[in-house]
Design a protein around this ligand. Structure first.
Ligand SMILES: [Fe+2]
Length: 245
């Protein structure tokens, strides 16, 4: 069943598939598999099916991802036509509005935002939170590049002020390959420092980041919608691009 969105707005969804399990980071779990108290979410935030999902109808085609691609199986009945769930493997929902962000005196690098890990990648949630609270803090990321990973970001909601002027808006996806130096747009540091003086103390940004430990390759769909000017936006000292949120 696809999620619905009212008002005729188009739905933009980020779908992540993996050749293995996507699960909570090991450092959030005890040796018995329970969430530890410092983890930004816990068992009570994971929601399984609330009732049996009974499906009418006969044969159901099912695509199964395996190590070599996809297999198409045909079941006599829909696999969700069950009266309950048992065992370890079952569908569940985690809403990142339930993620409890960690905030530090000065900038906390992305591992504090980690939500899941998969084979060869991590998933992080950037959620609305108070800003870094030291008097001297510059509460946006510093310029950096990743030595070990490619970095993909999906901008979900809120005001991502550090990237104002880059063309990034809600629904955008950015990709910063390993070794590519990136950071706030020119002028963003001065703007946020001034905003803090005026009482600005929270960020409303919401984004999902995927860091992969092997290079990402672009498919044809990604190439078709690529903004080829994006890589040069840091070179501009001023000026805003369409789509800024
Ligand atoms: Fe980055």
């Amino acid at each position: 069943m696809l999620p619905e969105r009212g008002g005729g707005a188009s739905l933009k969804a980020l779908v992540i598939e993996a050749r293995g399990h996507i699960r909570p980071p090991k450092r959030y779990l005890s040796q018995y598999g329970q969430f530890l108290e410092h983890a930004p979410y816990s068992e009570r935030d994971l929601r399984g099916p609330s009732e049996p999902l009974l499906v009418d109808g006969g044969e159901a085609p099912v695509l199964v991802r395996n190590r070599n691609g996809l297999s198409r199986l045909t079941y006599l009945r829909h696999p969700f036509d069950v009266v309950g769930w048992d065992g370890y493997l079952y569908p569940y929902v985690f809403n990142i509005n339930d993620f409890e962000p960690v905030v530090k005196r000065t900038h906390a690098p992305p591992p504090v935002h980690q939500t899941f890990e998969g084979p060869g990648f991590v998933i992080c949630s950037f959620c609305p939170r108070p800003l870094d609270f030291d008097d001297q803090a510059v509460p946006i990321p510093y310029n950096h590049h990743n030595v070990d990973s490619d970095e993909m970001m999906f901008y979900v909601a809120g005001d991502y002020s550090a990237r104002k002027g880059s063309g990034i808006g809600i629904g955008s996806i950015s990709l910063h390959p390993s070794g590519f130096t990136h950071g706030p747009q020119p002028g963003a540091v001065e703007a946020v420092v001034e905003a803090v003086k005026q009482g600005h103390d929270r960020t409303t940004e919401m984004a999902v980041m995927i860091d992969t430990f092997r290079p990402l390759r672009l498919g044809t769909a990604a190439r078709r919608c690529e903004d080829t000017e994006y890589a040069w936006t840091w070179a501009r000292a001023s000026g805003q691009r369409e789509g800024d949120g």
